[in-house]
Design a protein around this ligand. Structure first.
Ligand code: C2E
Ligand code: CA
Ligand code: CA
Ligand code: CA
Length: 275
């Protein structure tokens, strides 16, 4: 680092430069991929714990970066959010997922993750409505997953959009419940259809009494508020059984099925017609 005349530091370390270049290249590749629609959606089963049957699937975006391999969604979605690419990309996922789900037997739902930036964009409801119409998917078979970070700003506008979506018949799930600090406050202000407890609690619950206590209080809360409770990140039969006994309506995780491409999802989880 070199100190300039105003006393602030500038970093010219070669590794810093390389990181910036790499980040710029990643952004460029992402921009190209969005323009060419070079993405895939995987589907992970949502299991109804009472019936033991499949309730639907969560759509999870995948990007194979040419010459590099798969990039974790947490990473490329953050870049898409910073650059605004999340708007076309988010619309693309929504379209792909609704068209896919329209081919599954009713009443299976598809859950689609919505970025706060996408949600707060003026025409989000119009996009959802147009995609539902074009795909022919019944609105109640689309579930939009939002996280509490959405609700940190513009609360009134967000609540108005949630209400408009609800009026369309679409379901709304609060994702990663408990991971932040404000989830509870928002349960007061909007009647979510589902809360998805963050997988960090599920994965800790066998060794950690506090995690188990939170697992219990969230399902109790969901019962009182009449909201469906989902537990994510279920990796073992023991975890699935505890969650079922505690009263979770729904679960997902590697124990039930990993996210897989649509053909594989149908082969693994959907009964062939007529069976
Ligand atoms: P999320 O919405 O919480 O999605 C669940 C993540 O947990 C997925 O990671 C999934 O593959 C992973 N997972 C599922 N079951 C298990 C399990 O049993 N054990 C473990 N360790 N992990 C499990 P993934 O696919 O890497 O996605 C990461 C995040 O990226 C998602 O977290 C979501 O926030 C975001 N994301 C993915 N697709 C989209 C999308 O289409 N739009 C937006 N806005 N965000 C997306
Ligand atoms: Ca999610
Ligand atoms: Ca989640
Ligand atoms: Ca997440």
């Amino acid at each position: 680092a070199k100190q300039d005349s105003r006393g602030s530091f500038h970093f010219f370390a070669p590794e810093m430069n390389a990181r910036l270049q790499e980040r710029r290249a990643l952004e460029q590749d992402l921009r190209r991929a969005v323009a060419r629609e070079q993405f895939r959606v995987d589907y992970q089963p949502l299991m109804d714990l009472r019936s033991g049957r499949i309730a639907g699937a969560e759509a999870l975006l995948r990007w194979h970066r040419p010459g590099h391999g798969p990039v974790p969604p947490d990473i490329f979605i953050a870049i898409a959010e910073e650059t605004g690419l999340i708007l076309p990309l988010g619309a693309w996922v929504l379209t792909a997922a609704c068209h896919q789900a329209a081919r599954w037997p009713a009443p299976l739902v598809v859950a689609v993750n919505v970025s706060p930036i996408q949600f707060r964009h003026g025409d989000f409801c119009d996009t959802v409505e147009a995609v539902l119409r074009a795909s022919g998917l019944a609105p109640e078979r689309l579930e939009l997953e939002i996280t509490e970070s959405l609700l940190l700003q513009d609360t009134e506008a967000v609540l108005a959009t949630l209400a408009r979506l609800r009026a369309l018949g679409v379901r709304i799930a609060m994702d990663d419940f408990g991971a932040g600090h404000t989830s509870l406050a928002y349960l007061r202000r909007f009647a979510f259809d589902k809360i998805k407890i963050d997988r960090s609690f599920v994965q800790g619950m066998e060794e950690d009494a506090n995690a188990l206590a939170i697992i219990r209080s969230v399902v109790q809360l969901s019962r009182t508020l009449n909201i469906r409770a989902n537990a994510e990140g279920v990796e073992t039969p023991e975890q699935a059984e505890i969650l079922r006994q505690e009263g979770y309506a729904e679960a997902q995780g590697y124990h039930f099925g990993r996210p897989v491409p649509p053909e594989q999802f149908a082969a693994l989880h959907l009964l062939p017609p007529g069976s």
